[in-house]
Design a binder for this molecule. Structure first.
Ligand code: MLT
Length: 410
């Protein structure tokens, strides 16, 4: 008799973004004339820069000739891309060797899958609010108990990151073995300072814990005093791994390419108490379950680091960050309390008093035809907040801000 993985039955509702999509589709079907502006899911809209597209075309042509055709590549990624990524880290003041990098088809998959190499009895901490993938995948694996009425899972440690603590994740008070940190943060748009990351690295060392650091939005950091990689912090290579992505950095949400760095020094204990290097475990997992990102897409990713590709990607980031400024300032003028949007493409705003995040979502959709993401979808501390994404065309962003300002001020 086939039986399901019963842990899936603990999951709360649907995954956040499909749920939003469902509500928006229902509204659009009932109001066909509505001109809906989508600032919900953080999905890029600008076309890939020409040098990156040219790299795909050239690689596709290579695949058309027997002399240059390629079949399976190395599961970890081609050397030309690994070397370019390692050089990028060096330029940011972090030491990462090419063979510590694992190229993949997405940071979502990597952040979801990484938990597999850790013991099922690991105590996992997440910030609240949090990117839901970290939580749901640990629920699926059976590392948590059921959820309570606020949607918080038993045995998961929640670290409230709110306006009260400046959205800086507090260190856990009780035992934690694994912690997911995301900076620049999705959803709050806050960035952890060097001092804050150094505190976490020291904590992880003291407790033999591991930091799973999600740096998918590092390219949006504009303040040079802020770290872009946890590996800029001395000692981090012994306690942290890092996820990065080309999705938001270079417009690859549809093209798919990302990578994870696992330093060779990074170790955790086995059942006998002996230290085991995580690099070898992830390599084993990656080579068993993954056959590598396609050659043309890895060429495209490498082109992001060429001078022309980097300029094109930077121009798109600058465009998005100008959107962020318009949203932040426009909503501020409309009386909203807003956070983020300075070193991150997300604006985190307080909803008017007396409304829940989902009530605000519905009013925003119905009264302004603008779509955002309810803060409670990211955790119970997100209740009363709302996220707007700065990824969008300028004219849509301007119109969305104007509609909110005139039709739904705070
Ligand atoms: C978001 O909107 O939070 C992101 O697009 C989700 C993701 O990157 O998977």
């Amino acid at each position: 008799m086939a039986k399901i993985n019963t842990h899936y039955q603990k999951l709360q509702a649907g995954y956040l973004f499909p749920e939003i999509g469902k509500r928006v589709r229902a509204y659009a079907a009932a109001h066909p004339a509505a001109r809906i502006i989508r600032l919900g899911i953080g999905d890029v809209v600008l076309p890939l820069p020409a040098p990156i597209v040219d790299a795909i075309k050239t690689a596709a042509d290579e695949m058309a000739h027997k002399e240059t055709f390629r079949g399976y590549g190395p599961e970890q990624g081609y050397d030309f891309l690994l070397d370019a990524i390692a050089a990028r880290y060096r330029s940011q003041g972090a030491q990462v060797a090419p063979d510590e990098i694992f190229v993949s088809d997405g940071a979502k998959c990597d952040t979801a899958n990484m938990q597999e190499i850790f013991s099922l009895d690991s105590v996992v901490a997440v910030t609240d609010p949090v990117y839901p993938v970290y939580v749901d995948t640990n629920v699926m694996a059976g590392r948590t108990g059921p959820a309570d009425s606020e949607g918080r899972y038993q045995r998961l440690v929640y670290l409230p990151t709110t306006a009260a603590n400046g959205f800086d994740p507090p260190l856990p008070e009780d035992r934690v073995d694994l912690v997911y940190l995301c900076a620049p943060n999705n959803p709050t748009g806050a960035v952890m300072s060097r001092a804050s990351l150094a505190r976490w690295v020291a904590w992880a060392k003291q407790h033999e814990a591991i930091i799973l650091f999600d740096a998918a939005y590092e390219a949006f950091v504009r303040d040079p005093s802020l770290p872009r990689s946890i590996f800029e912090i001395p000692g981090a290579r012994e306690v942290a791994l890092e996820f990065r992505s080309f999705s938001k950095t270079a417009g690859f949400t549809g093209t798919r390419c990302a990578f994870t760095v696992i330093p060779k020094e990074l170790k955790a204990r086995d059942d006998s108490g002996a230290w085991v290097a995580l690099h070898g475990l992830w390599n084993r997992r990656h080579t068993t379950k993954f056959n590598g990102v396609s050659y043309p897409i890895q060429r495209a990713a490498a082109a992001v680091f060429s001078p022309e590709g980097a300029a094109g990607a930077q121009a798109n980031i600058d465009y998005t960050m100008e959107n962020a400024r318009l949203i932040r300032e426009g909503l501020g003028q409309a009386g909203y309390r807003v956070f983020g949007g300075v070193n991150a493409p997300y604006i985190w705003m307080q909803v008017p008093a007396g409304m829940t995040s989902w009530q605000y979502f519905d009013r925003l959709l119905h009264e302004t035809n603008v779509v955002g993401t309810p803060g409670s979808g990211f955790g119970s501390c997100g209740e009363g907040y709302f996220r707007l994404s700065a990824f969008g065309f300028r004219e849509n962003v301007e119109e969305a801000v104007e509609r909110i300002r005139t039709k739904l001020p705070a």
